[in-house]
Design a protein around this ligand. Sequence first.
Ligand code: 5GP
Ligand code: MN
Length: 336
Amino acid sequence: MINQAKRQVKIAKKQADKFAALLGNRQNVLITTHISPDGDAVASCLGAYGLLRSLNSNPTCCFSDLPPDRYDFLPDFDKIISTDHRSAESFKTALILDCGKLPRIGKVERLLGQDPIIVNLDHHEDNEWFGRLNLIFPEAASTSEILFEVAKALKIQISEPVATCLYTGHFSDTGGFRYSNTDSRSLAVAAELAACGANAHQIATSIYSNNSPANLKMIGEAIASLELHAGGQVALMTVASPPNGDEAEDIIDYALSVRGVRAVALIRLRDSQIRVSLRGRDLVNVAGIARQFGGGGHPKAAGFTTEDDVTTLRAKIIDALSREVETRYADADSKD
Ligand code: 5GP
Ligand code: MN
């Protein structure tokens, strides 16, 4: 049987035209994303940087948190600046990528003028539709995939640097084509981007074989901290984040790789703040749990930041994940 992907990101001509009308031919357009930017966030912004230049604009990529050095292989990486280099109300127009809620752009928010024109392009289900144009497709495996579809709808020739960025974002958010958002559609997008010049092998090497020795030791600490709960269905890892924030994004996947595990949490201690990443397998949905703690994300990958006491927090997380697994699988069992 042919296993056809059901999902499809279809950009209407009207939407693509509005994208070009709002963001093309402009001297001063901001491109930004969420705080603690991940692969899809950084790479989609740099892909957009190239695309907006094709639309005769002069964009600025400005982030609240500078991206981790591990993405420095991306074209135009050095063009990303931090908010310190811009004064308040610098931009009237902004393209915000991979970010479900406006406050998640962090300090960049004060660079927006009064009543800014925002294009909100994202694949988070809980996106708050805060833009004048909202290109929200939860069915997309990555924000980079949506941008790719916008470029195609606008018939923009995708250059090799743009293809490299969009492939990287897409590759990161599918966990290197291993997560449940990997299907014939996401692989077809990757194939098209490879045909436009993205070098799949080089990008995979840059992402997965680019750890600093300190980083690898941190991964070791995280793995050593692994604990299992709920009869081995819930896993928890705790690690102290390095001060430069340059850490592998896939540390949590080690917890999810344990046989029988259905829900996992990675607790990262950063000074007074604690960042928590959550992942679920199969029936488990962690987005609701992240929301309970003031965060958000996707059904299978979500997170939040808190200043809660770590001992209390751990107990709360174990409890929430155990309940989620129990409920989902009790429902599933009763349907058998
Ligand atoms: P990660 O665990 O890789 O940091 O995040 C997984 C997913 O959850 C990403 O899609 C990310 O955007 C989302 N996410 C992580 N932390 C937060 C948060 O504090 N708020 C919201 N709204 N989403 C988050
Ligand atoms: Mn994303």
